[in-house]
Design a protein around this ligand. Sequence first.
Ligand SMILES: [Zn+2]
Ligand SMILES: [Zn+2]
Length: 858
Amino acid sequence: MTTDTEARTGRAGRFDPASYEQGWRERWQADALYRADDEDPRQKHYLLTMYPYPSGDLHIGHWYAATGPDIVARMRRMQGLNVMFPMGFDSFGLPTENAAIDRGVDPATWTAANIDQMRAQFRTMGCMFDWSREVVTSDPAYYRWTQWLFGEFFKAGLAYKAMAPVDWCPKDLVVLAREQVEGPNRVCWRCGTPVVKRDLEQWFFRTTRYADELLDFSGIDWPEPIRLMQTNWIGRSEGAEIDFPVEADGVDPIRVFTTRPDTVFGATFMVLAPEHPAVVVLTTPDRRAEVEAYVERARRETEIDRMSAERERSGVFIGPYAVNPMTNERIPIWIADYVLPGYGTGAIMAVPAHDERDYDFARRHELPIRYVVAPTGGEAPAEGAFVEHTSDEVLVDSGEFSGMSAADAIGAIAQQLADLGLGGPAVTYRLRDWLVSRQRYWGAPIPIVYCPEHGAQLVPEAELPVRLPEGVDFAPTGVSPLQSHAEFLRATCPVCGAEARRETDTMDTFVDSSWYFLRYCSPHDELRAWDPEAVKRWMPVDLYTGGAEHAVLHLLYARFFIKALRDIGHLSFDEPFLALRNQGQILGADHQRMSKSRGNVANPDELVARYGSDVVRLFLMFIGPWDQGGPWNASGIEGIHRFLGRVWAQAQPEPGEAVEGSAVPGMPPAQSLAGEPPGSGGPAAGELLGTIEEMSRALRRATHITIRDVGEDYADFHFNTAISKLMELSNAIGKARDTGLAGSAAYGEAIEALLLLLAPAAPHIAEELWSRRGRPYSIHLQAWPTFDAALATADTLELPVQVDGKLRDRLVVTVDTPAEEIERLALASERVQAHLGGRPPRRVVQIPGRLVNIVTSG
Ligand SMILES: [Zn+2]
Ligand SMILES: [Zn+2]
């Protein structure tokens, strides 16, 4: 005769994920289990996670980023929603191109190989991605629509070409969008090289048209840090525009923007950026040589050097004077490199008394300093710039405005300027139009041709896609590689049919990612970028997940796209992503960002081979709060492996347990769902452990509390706490088994709840055990368990009180009664006192929620 444990182990076999994980994945795929059906009448739920670059290797960060939303997607599906959870590849752009250059291979070949590799790796994760909707942005079937969208923007006046000083990475030899220049040192987002300025003719998207609307986050549930970063990036500031007439014939006034129009009476000189277009016109002949030399020097400086606070305030007087419109005083016009062409109007009114840099400049160049704001009842300082800008400030030495509070004066002075026709209230933004031209090969060609007669003309829709030619020498040289491809260059003007030259710039890869979520709605539509009905069904995305590093790039651009396409008439909603959650970053064991060059990249494949996919998924979700990430350390993975091993043993069907429709060969025939626990089999349920009914009730409460809490935790992306609650339930199940509860209804309920709750996080083992228990395929098609609120919140419980292991009384206490109070109540019981007979208790042992035992003997 074998023991129960032996029988169970024999039937179950060893916990060996390799024996079933792949098989289940193949079956799910064969059954198209995760295909999102357009015709499904249930409420739609579009859950999206940012698609990766096809870098060639799925690292632990990809697993971390994808497992979280996969858990939520799976739960939502079990909760009855029609979930779409697609995946694709962001395959154009520099990372791929640079990798292809390094290896001397064609980017298309490299991309295709990597996508095959990553798709296979993705599949080992067991995510419920709907691969039938896969989107690959470097596929002509995709980028023809990226080109079509460029055309829609062009026709709407939202895409334009302009000569502009642009940020240029001297290492990558590429123009960068403003959002791709990072940090105070203004370095390239990709390689960290300090950027330099270059004048180039470039294509832009008119993002600034949407500056105000992009500041409005109402109706979307986004993390505050992201909203704040976008708000700061857009950088709306209120103030006034002021025109300063110039004492020179036929010259327009110089317009400045200031947030402090209340200080205009203190403007004692003007400063233009050396690049300001008026400099050439205004400079007097006697100053020209000096001015030109200064301009040349300034252009070679980086912006960060020019803005540095430590720097000496160099500058040159260019000759003419302007007139302060409020004081009518003549003030000299200077140029200085601390004024940048890209900010405001590229010209400032200098108020040295109330601005640090203007003050330094005035001192160095012996220009007048006049205080025009002072604290109420106080005096302006004798020295230094007074920049407090507190609420009790008033204007001094400011004509009719003297004595007015600075806060009131801002509006009053702006209004008077408006009345005088010399400016007025104004708003500026830090946001600039999005520079989309790239002088690189691996991107979607901009669908424009240049006719000598008709200028820039859009390539007709019927001629799309403008295909990226093969066999191009695309080593970066600073000019578009396509310029060397004679056949590509040759085009005809759509207006007159004359020979035209094709645009050779390609689009920023962020253009591709600004609409890929629309393409997922109808990925195979050959006639349109998207099927309007499908987009109406699925969009907006209900929940989007990805890295916070995209705050002012992708996430801002995608919002711009949706608003622009709405106004063009293609869409009827305002925001692409209703809710956003950002995962933290998994760092290398050295606490540094994982990168191949640092050699600190953790490879999931080895772990998956050793432990199976479920263990790796669960471990990643257990290492900490998902939104925080942290350094990689695989040492805890054994604990997760043991946990699933315990679940494996616990969930094997009991002899005589219900196994209706059992899929497991050799199982005994189905019995009724055991209502009563078997009288034998487990260890004797003596008094020490309380009655079976009590244990059963405690297990049911644990089950229903877990159902309630795990659902909430998953929805809140608190996967680590959800997993610890599943572990607690497993512990409770273990204790119930020890008391002979195995095979009871409460036990079966606990096991099945555990499997259903575990299914989103560890989909393979849940499916395997569900099947072994004879439950219908697939666990992932089952309804999410519901909890009995009364059971989950049962506020009182009955505690057996023992003296030396013998039951003497029962206490009824609320579930949140502290242990000290329970001990006090137990000792105070009359029946307990009677059995103690005056002996002092040596110690009081409590099993929380279960029993109290008062020990008197050694
Ligand atoms: Zn770079
Ligand atoms: Zn023409």
